[in-house]
Design a protein. Structure first.
Length: 150
């Protein structure tokens, strides 16, 4: 789940996701569990995720599924967009991975609480748009799970 802001509504793009520690066998007949606590080392996971994410952006750009406004408008030009994509590989992306509190079911329930259905859109938190400034009403966030939730 992609977030583009933090709890204080400041620009902070990040992704919440659940990753399986294993995968289907090539013949799709059984599950092969990872030999370690995590499917991939964190540094490798960051690089794989970055590669897949950038490939998705590139595909969306070539399918005209992206729009650029304001100071990002120059990215609509192919050469500028390609240069910007290359810049994404200058640094490792930060990945934080840990086993879920209370197992995978608990992790999925927690993510569901963080992200209500579309009908409860955060747009209802918009209060005003004046002279290019947006005012939001802060929402009460679900509490983070603790070790006692396990």
């Amino acid at each position: 789940m992609l977030h583009t802001w933090n709890q204080r509504l400041q620009h902070h793009p990040h992704v919440h996701c659940v990753a399986a520690a294993g995968g289907l066998a090539p013949d799709h007949t059984h599950w092969i569990s990872s030999r370690h606590r995590f499917f991939l080392p964190v540094k490798v996971l960051g690089r794989v995720f970055r590669g897949k994410f950038v490939a998705g952006l590139k595909s969306a750009f070539h399918q005209d599924r992206l729009a650029f406004y304001g100071h990002l408008a120059p990215l609509a030009e192919s050469r500028n967009f390609a240069a910007w994509l290359r810049s994404l590989f200058r640094h490792d992306w930060v990945v934080y991975a840990k086993p879920p509190f209370g197992g995978p079911e608990h992790a999925l329930r927690y993510l569901k609480r963080l992200h209500p259905p579309r009908r409860q859109s955060p747009n209802r938190r918009l209060v005003a748009l004046e002279q290019g400034n947006v005012t939001f009403r802060l929402a009460r966030l679900p509490r983070k799970p603790t070790s006692s939730d396990c």
